[in-house]
Each structure stands twice: as C-alpha cells, then as structure tokens.
Design a protein. Structure first.
Length: 262
C-alpha cells in the first residue's frame, strides 16, 4: 500500500502558542485497522457458485431441489411395472433402466416384485419426460471497490530556534482509503430443463388407481439418465403415502439415498 508523505515548513514566532501535534493517533490507527479488515473481506469480487437449480451452494446446501406431490394411500404388496408413456414398450432399454430404479425404491419400502403373469396386487405405471431447454437471463449488481480518498496517519516534526524565531520542519503521512465506489450489473444466460416422473399404482382386482406420485425438478442438466435416480430417491418416502401438499426436497446426487437405488 503506497504512503504519501508531505513535508511542510512552518515559521512560528516565539510570541505564538505552541501548536498541538498529536491528532488522536490511537483513534486514527484503530480506524485504519478496521478499514483494512473490511477491505480484505470485501475487496474481492466473487460470484456465487450455484447448483443445478440456481441455488447457492454452501457447506450444507448442495445438489438438487425436487418437488414431490403424492395422492392416495398404499401398503407394501406385490407389484409389477409397466410403461405409462405412449408408444414405449416394456422391453424398451430406457424404460428397463428407469424401472429398475423404481423397483429398488419400492422394495426398500417392503413391496415385492412379481411378474404380471403371476397376477401381482398392483401394477405400477411409470412415465417420464424432459422438456426442451429454456434459456433464461439472470442479472446481479456487483459492488465495485476502489480508492475513496486518503487518511491522515499523523504529523511529526522538529522545531529549531534561531534568535526570536522558531522554525518547524513537519511531515504529514497519509494512506489511501478504499471502499465501495459504485456497482456494475453482471448479466448471464443459462438454460434449464424440466424433468418429470409420473408414477401411478393400479389395483388389478377392480382396476382402479390406488395412489399416484408426481416428481419434478427444474435445472441445468438435460440428461434425464443422470437426474432420474435422484428424482426417484427424492420421492421414495412418499410412494404410496400422501403428502397433503407438494413437498420440496433437497438431495445431493451422491447422497446415500441416491446411491442405494443405483
């Protein structure tokens, strides 16, 4: 940090009172220390790191935000899984992969997988979709730091006397001060995708819907294969259990809940 030193020559008559040179140095130095601390904390311009859904990531806040809405009540019983999407076969490779995630989630709740030919109690219809990407714009005002002026650290000097005249040789030391000098707007664009899973449990004996669960999220990943196990893990506790309203679940991609059904 650069210091500015100003040298001042004063001529003082012995008939004048001697000036006071200490301008509350302790208070000035204390203020200087506080100012430097604030500068060290706020002087770096940072942009928040955000998760897949635009939320700031912290030590206790990371991963995915998922909305879960469930209706109806079910109890663990035998089941089979069939595709809900129009035109999708039960032998479709993508469906088979996704149905395995759902099967593991249901089995962890006590449900038992049975082939359709063995007449399970319920048939689980599994549907899934992902939207086209939607481009969005985000703007944030970022403070700008810079020099706001100077601060006087004090004045020192020596007095020499020749006859009836005193000469003062004084030096005033000052340093730059820093703070917010303005702001600038940072604009960024990002693309989001809506990922959705629809699960419907049908009782085969009287052909009626017993329960249904809808799981959805919005985020930057357009890879449904990546997101699908996260969605199932987030909604697992509400399969066959009513939520009374939409629930918001935060879950990390590498969490034990997700890993247990992969």
């Amino acid at each position: 940090m650069a210091e500015e030193i100003h040298t001042v020559m004063l001529v003082i008559s012995n008939d004048s009172p001697t000036p006071a040179w200490s301008s509350e140095m302790k208070s000035v130095l204390k203020f200087f220390s506080i100012a430097i601390s604030i500068l060290a904390i706020g002087g770096c311009e940072t942009m928040a790191i955000r998760d897949d859904f635009g939320n700031p990531i912290t030590a206790t806040n990371n991963g995915f935000t998922v909305a879960v809405n469930s209706l109806g009540v079910g109890s663990p019983t035998t089941f089979d899984i069939a595709p809900l999407n129009k035109g999708v076969s039960a032998k479709d490779l993508q469906f088979l992969e996704y149905s395995r995630y759902l099967q593991r989630a249901l089995e962890s709740k006590g449900y038992r997988k049975t082939d359709l030919k063995d007449r399970p109690e319920i048939l689980i219809l599994l549907g899934y979709s992902i939207s086209d990407g939607e481009t969005r714009t985000s703007s944030v005002d970022v403070p700008q730091w810079g020099q706001t002026g100077t601060m006087n650290l004090g004045t020192t000097g020596t007095i020499s006397t020749i006859g009836n005249t005193s000469f003062l040789n004084a030096q005033t030391t000052s340093i730059p001060t820093y703070g917010v000098t303005g702001s600038r707007t940072v604009t960024s664009q990002y693309t989001t995708f809506t990922r959705k899973v629809q699960i419907s449990a049908m009782a085969l004996e009287d052909v009626r819907e017993v329960w249904q669960t809808t799981i959805a999220s919005i985020g930057s990943s357009g890879d449904l294969r990546r997101v699908f196990p996260v969605l199932i893990a987030a909604g697992k506790d509400y399969l066959g259990s009513p939520t009374s309203r939409a629930k918001t679940i935060r879950i990390a991609e590498e969490s034990p809940q997700v890993m247990s059904i992969r």
